[in-house]
Design a protein around this ligand. Structure first.
Ligand code: GLU
Length: 285
């Protein structure tokens, strides 16, 4: 082993499709081509959208594709205290603030603003709750109004050496993070007390992931992950944001109907080689 470690980290919100096969095999091959290790992580912090049956299907689909991984698999819902610890660390640094806004409040506030800045995920949070007075905050807390915790981006950046705010891609290029395109993101959701951004950064560090491979649709998130890694004193892995494969009509596999899931191919008796041909990749050993 070379110390290289990659992961495939699906969220069990439904069945895996051909696009997931491409992502999983890409991660697998980046590890194997470097004499490294591939691991699987189940990202199921969102208990309303994830279910155990989907987890079981993920194991079956990946085994069918010929992938192997080290047991036990880390299942995020079993490690909520790790995310809570990281949250507390950020709170102690005073880079978070409670946000009491509902989706409707945010929409209305944005509509009022003449030039609301937009990011890759839509309009940025207008910062309403960042400006709340201490008394106002106390009053809302006392009334038990539910709140999320948001990152105060400006404050965070003031604590980080900007010359170090970059990651390297798989070709050794240095990519400087541009977190302003995301603004004050939610670090702990109202309903689950953590977020994708926080838990993925904590887990990639805890599991010593050296190369994070994921689809290019998630590249935007790396800009904020880099900020969190710097704040929490975590190593910044190498990132490889791979293309999303499309069918002959140029449509993403994730958008096609359910008959295209790996489980449906499996159940129809299709051989995994057919999937390798579709995606132009097969697992290396
Ligand atoms: N769990 C995320 C998803 O299924 C992927 C996380 C990642 O690769 O960083 O979209």
């Amino acid at each position: 082993m070379t110390g290289v470690r990659t992961r495939f980290a699906p969220s069990p919100t439904g069945l895996l499709h051909v696009g997931h096969a491409y992502a999983a095999i890409t991660a697998y091959n980046v590890a194997k081509q470097r004499g490294g290790e591939f691991i699987l992580r189940i990202e199921n912090i969102d208990h309303l959208r994830c279910d155990d049956e989907a987890i079981e299907q993920i194991y079956q689909d990946l085994s069918w594709l010929g992938l192997t991984w080290r047991e036990p698999v880390r299942v995020q819902s079993e490690h909520m205290s790790d995310y809570d610890q990281a949250l507390q660390k950020l709170e102690a640094m005073d880079v978070l603030y409670p946000c009491f806004c509902s989706r409707k409040d945010i929409k209305e506030e944005i509509a009022r603003a003449a030039h609301a800045p937009h990011g890759p995920e839509g309009p940025l949070y207008p910062g309403t709750c960042r400006a709340l007075s201490r008394e106002e905050k106390r009053r809302l807390l006392k009334q038990n109004v539910e709140y999320a915790m948001r990152l105060d981006l400006e404050k965070s950046l003031s604590l980080i050496n900007q010359d170090e705010l970059f990651w390297r891609d798989i070709h050794h290029n240095q990519i400087f993070a541009q977190p302003h395109q995301l603004g004050d993101v939610v670090i702990a959701r109202k309903d689950i007390g953590t977020s994708y951004h926080l838990s993925v950064v904590v887990d990639d560090a805890l599991q010593n992931i050296t190369h994070v491979t994921r689809g290019e649709e998630l590249e935007f998130a790396t800009h904020i992950h880099c900020v969190l890694q710097k704040l929490l004193g975590l190593p910044v892995p190498i990132y490889h944001h791979h293309q999303l494969i499309t069918d002959q009509d140029g449509q993403k596999f994730s958008k096609r109907d359910q008959s295209e899931t790996l489980a449906s191919y499996r159940n129809r008796g299709v051989c995994p080689h057919h999937i390798y041909e579709l995606i132009g990749l097969s697992p290396k050993n």
